[in-house]
Design a protein around this ligand. Structure first.
Ligand code: SF4
Length: 237
């Protein structure tokens, strides 16, 4: 299986994995076209980013194994790549933990990674209430909702540390939508929200949506996050 090309490498981050220090690997491409996406160049034209030589990345990580907890693999959408398990294995062989950022659209890949004991944590974006029309609108493509639900159930039952997270978008994802999401997710140990930013979104129309008022955001955090911690600690793919 071909190991996916690495399109970006951040040697050290304290923001991408709560309470861990991780290196961050960016893979190109995505099955969604979220209008709010800030990484759209990586999604739409990954070839415009030079490949980072895997050997060099591995060498760098090997030299710093003592100083970092693990590797966060993000994108784009990493699960689009069939060779993802092979790439993850290379990091696990170094003794590093691995966190995967995903949109949840590929539960089969998630299952493979979980069964193979290749991942230690997952961040899954919940774009909208689990309702086909609204979810498709926020994902920018027609969604097979059963796949998203299967990923949610897989993560809830796997015992893997999972961070579910939603972006609050004024006029689209607000208090009522968050309430429905929390009801649909059921009892999950970690759920956070983050503020929509109108900078350089995939859909230019989304650049006209006003940023969410900070006071309002604090209120929504207090009402919906589980447990209570700051979602601004996360970065978002
Ligand atoms: S926000 Fe995430 S899931 Fe949506 S298009 Fe961008 S990379 Fe893909």
């Amino acid at each position: 299986m071909t190991v996916p090309n690495i399109k970006g490498f951040l040697p050290l981050s304290m923001l991408d994995w709560p309470e861990k220090v991780s290196a961050v690997i960016f893979l190109g491409g995505c099955s969604f076209r979220c209008p709010a996406c800030h990484n759209h160049k990586l999604v739409l034209s990954p070839e415009s980013y030079p490949d980072q030589p895997l050997g060099r990345v591995i060498g760098y990580l090997r030299d710093r194994v003592k100083w970092i907890d693990g590797v966060t693999i993000t994108g784009g959408e990493p699960t689009c790549h069939e060779g993802l398990p092979d790439l993850v294995s290379r990091f696990k062989e170094l003794g590093l933990q691995v966190k995967l950022d995903t949109n949840g659209a590929n539960p089969s890949m998630l299952e493979t990674l979980i069964k193979g004991e290749l991942i230690d944590a997952v961040s899954m974006d919940i774009k909208a209430p689990l309702e086909t029309t609204l979810y498709s609108k926020l994902a920018g493509v027609s969604i097979n909702l059963s796949r998203i639900k299967r990923s949610v159930e897989l993560l809830k039952t796997s015992g893997i540390t999972t961070f579910f997270r939603t972006t609050v978008i004024p006029g689209l994802i607000e208090e009522d939508e968050l309430r429905r999401i929390r009801e649909q997710l059921g009892d999950v140990p970690r759920y956070s929200i983050q503020r929509f930013r109108n900078l350089d979104t995939l859909d230019p129309l989304f650049r006209k949506i006003p940023d969410l008022d900070l006071e309002r955001f604090d209120f929504l955090q207090g009402k919906f996050e589980q447990p209570q911690f700051s979602a601004t600690q996360f970065s978002m793919n």
